[in-house]
Design a protein around this ligand. Structure first.
Ligand SMILES: N[C@@H](CCC(=O)N[C@@H](CS)C(=O)NCC(=O)O)C(=O)O
Length: 213
């Protein structure tokens, strides 16, 4: 049985991505939640892998850290997690890497926080990141029939989902097409299952809750 170690569902954007990917893969897996930012949590993470972060996927004794590495592992067994077309697949991979590495201002100024609903003004750097994100979504959506970035749901949509939730939580401006895509991700059954669990968590991360209040 696969075991996916994740962080608090309300806050752990990295954990959400491979969790969605595994759900869509229909591979059975068990999840184990590790509370973040509580005494001793970092030692627990380092016991799982040298990365010292979640998510981590346990596959028969082997530990795979990193949301994209876990997604790549799942797609080896379930190839339709990536777009079928070879060029699209390459673009989707680059997109996921960018989702991991880029948009630092948006990630720090508008951390994923599913419970959060605010209209407080974000710093210009975060607004600019959000506008760039929207442009990338619109470009991909414009080249495909939708409803997802590469037509059918793919790992790229899993990597977009935590960003889509930020647009909702922080009331970030978007045009009608981007809003339709965000709504599609926010009404996905697997996302809703994750969100309900996140909203019912009682653990709080005060530092994250305090960002841009
Ligand atoms: N690049 C990694 C990032 C993982 C990551 O930063 N995870 C956060 C949780 S959302 C974490 O474990 N934070 C704990 C810490 O850094 O101490 C991935 O894609 O999995």
């Amino acid at each position: 049985m696969l075991k996916l170690y994740i962080g608090n569902k309300n806050y752990s954007s990295w954990s959400m991505r491979p969790w969605l990917v595994l759900k869509k893969s229909e591979l059975p897996f068990e999840e184990k939640l590790i509370l973040l930012d509580v005494p001793g949590f970092k030692a627990k993470l380092f016991k799982l892998s040298s990365a010292g972060t979640v998510p981590v996927l346990q596959v028969h004794g082997e530990m795979i850290p990193d949301s994209l590495a876990i997604s790549e592992w799942a797609a080896k067994g379930v190839p339709n997690l990536w777009p079928k077309d070879a060029k699209d697949k390459q673009i989707a991979r680059e997109f996921c890497k960018q989702m991991q590495d880029d948009f630092v201002n948006l990630r720090s100024e508008a951390p994923m926080n599913l419970r959060r609903r605010t209209r407080s003004k974000l710093p210009k750097s975060a607004v600019q990141d959000a506008a760039r994100m929207q442009d990338i979504w619109l470009e991909l959506l414009g080249k495909h029939d939708g409803p997802y970035l590469f037509n059918d749901w793919s790992i790229a949509d899993a990597f977009s989902t935590p960003y889509a939730s930020r647009f909702v939580s922080y009331g970030i401006d978007r045009n009608a097409r981007a809003d339709t895509y965000i709504s599609e991700l926010m009404s996905d059954d697997d996302f809703l299952e994750w969100e309900i669990a996140g909203l019912s968590e009682t653990w709080k991360m005060p530092d994250t809750d305090a960002v841009n209040t």
